[in-house]
Design a protein around this ligand. Structure first.
Ligand SMILES: Nc1nc2c(c(=O)[nH]1)N[C@H]1C(S)=C(S)[C@@H](COP(=O)(O)O)O[C@H]1N2
Ligand SMILES: [Mo]
Length: 310
């Protein structure tokens, strides 16, 4: 199935983000591994861009980002998923897009990638457990592929479902920890927001398996658990989906999960965060409302009580 080439984000929508042309190397490395080496479309595609916020974020060292992950299908231990995820099968991979859309379909990841302009975006990433990092992701706006499916006016929410692969995922096999598969959701305007991306790479390379290969969501103004890994299905819905963490502990994990220092989690103050890679004696960072992306996203919530809709 062929997806129409998407337009780049109009610059009016990324006002305070500076656009840079990314190095060619990014596309080549990512696509050689994701799509296979014989993809002339990509070799000649030099449209990849870097979106850098003005304050020029410094990425967290890659070794930390790769070896300190939350991937509960494999383990509760942040170090062990690096090894445990290596048997996980990511190729071939298809993505179903269905629900309240005109054009539902099942797409090979390769076909999707062939039609997308990959961008590098350096985003802050804040886990609800009060640690944070800065990651240079490679990917494209989620809105690009939602528009391609032509959402109906009845599409109010988006549900994301991660893969169910119990052969390689111990906690699925043993049916422990959470209800599987992992499910997340966004409101349609959040999903269409230009900051919301689907990532296929990071640090100029393919996404490591433990970081959510081959396709994950990244929503930089929300707590990390919203950024679901290993997505196989995206459904547009009339009503809010039931999501994994919200269902498992509704008093702790709201559907919105916007980063907000004023809304305290029962087990963690959300006032400040430990920055991965900073020295032991370095001061914690003061957590910012919407993880520092207020200017871009505050409008989405202008009439909402964020304490109630946490
Ligand atoms: N499928 C799936 N997606 C997931 C998770 C998970 O356990 N399974 N963990 C979430 C949590 S709690 C966080 S903080 C981020 C972690 O992303 P990272 O491991 O790449 O840092 O992924 C999120 N996405
Ligand atoms: Mo998290």
């Amino acid at each position: 199935m062929i997806i129409k080439t998407q337009k780049e984000i109009p610059s009016s929508e990324i006002t305070d983000l500076t656009v840079f042309k990314a190095r060619r190397r990014f596309i080549k490395t990512v696509l050689a591994s994701v799509v296979g080496a014989t993809m002339p479309v990509w070799a000649d595609n030099n449209k990849s861009r870097t979106l850098l916020p003005n304050n020029a974020l410094v990425p967290t060292p890659i070794e930390l980002v790769k070896n300190y992950t939350n991937y509960y299908e494999f383990t509760l231990n942040k170090e062990d998923s690096t090894k445990l995820a290596q048997n996980f099968v990511t190729d071939p991979w298809s993505l179903e897009i269905s629900g309240e859309v005109e054009k539902a379909g099942i797409y090979h990841l390769e076909d999707i990638l062939r039609q997308q302009t990959l961008e590098e975006r350096i985003y802050r990433f804040r886990c609800v457990e009060a640690w944070s990092m800065v990651v240079p992701w490679m990917g494209f706006s989620l809105g690009n592929i939602l528009k391609m499916a032509k959402p109906l006016s009845t599409a109010q929410f988006v549900k994301f479902t991660a893969i169910y692969q119990p052969e390689t995922m111990p906690n699925q096999r043993n049916n422990v920890m959470l209800q599987w598969p992992y499910v997340e959701g966004l409101r349609i305007d959040e999903a269409m927001h230009p900051l919301t991306m689907l990532a296929v790479g990071m640090y100029g390379d393919t996404l490591p398996k433990q970081n959510g290969a081959p396709l994950r969501l990244v929503v930089p103004w929300k707590y990390g658990f919203k950024s679901i890994k290993a997505i196989v299905k995206i459904e547009l819905l009339k009503k809010a989906p039931i999501t994994t963490w919200n269902k498992s502990a509704p008093n702790e994990y709201g559907f919105y999960a916007n980063v907000n220092p004023a809304v305290t989690h029962p087990r963690w103050s959300q006032n400040s965060e430990r920055q991965l890679g900073s020295g032991f004696f370095t001061a914690r960072r003061q957590t910012e409302l919407f993880n520092g992306y207020s200017e871009q996203v505050a409008d989405l919530y202008r009439d909402m009580d964020l304490r109630h809709f946490f």
